[in-house]
Design a protein around this ligand. Structure first.
Ligand code: ZN
Length: 123
């Protein structure tokens, strides 16, 4: 855009910007991506997805998400994690990953050796 105005002379001033392409509505037809594995959801539309959960793959990722939500809830109230965080902060140590962070990293990378279905039963 900027380069077009730089090349064109003053005659182009006052012209209306080009009409948006026919697919102006393109963004509404975009496909969402699963927040867990990153796969494009070919059967859903961005405009239909109201929350990150709505863009999850139907099977495994939806189960994995539930596991992560439950783990995060327990991590957020865990006294042991709070103590560890404080000590990491005070001694300037790097932040160690929580179980939910480790699992999310593994699952995102496509490593399903720890199956979310199995974990869900234990939560
Ligand atoms: Zn997914």
């Amino acid at each position: 855009m900027a380069k077009a105005t730089a090349v064109q002379g003053p005659a182009s001033f006052g012209e209306r910007p080009p009409a948006p392409p026919a697919g102006a509505n393109h963004s509404a037809r975009r496909r969402p991506f699963c927040p867990l594995c990153g796969c494009e959801q070919a059967d859903k539309l961005v405009s239909d997805v109201r929350s990150p959960e709505g863009a999850l793959c139907d099977d495994r990722c939806a189960v994995a998400w539930r596991v992560l939500v439950a783990l995060r809830a327990s991590e957020s109230t865990s006294e042991r994690i709070a103590v560890r965080r404080r000590s990491e902060y005070e001694t300037a140590q790097p932040h160690t990953s929580t179980l939910s962070e480790l699992l999310l990293g593994r699952w995102r990378a496509g490593d399903w050796a720890v199956a979310p279905e199995d974990l869900l039963k234990q939560l």
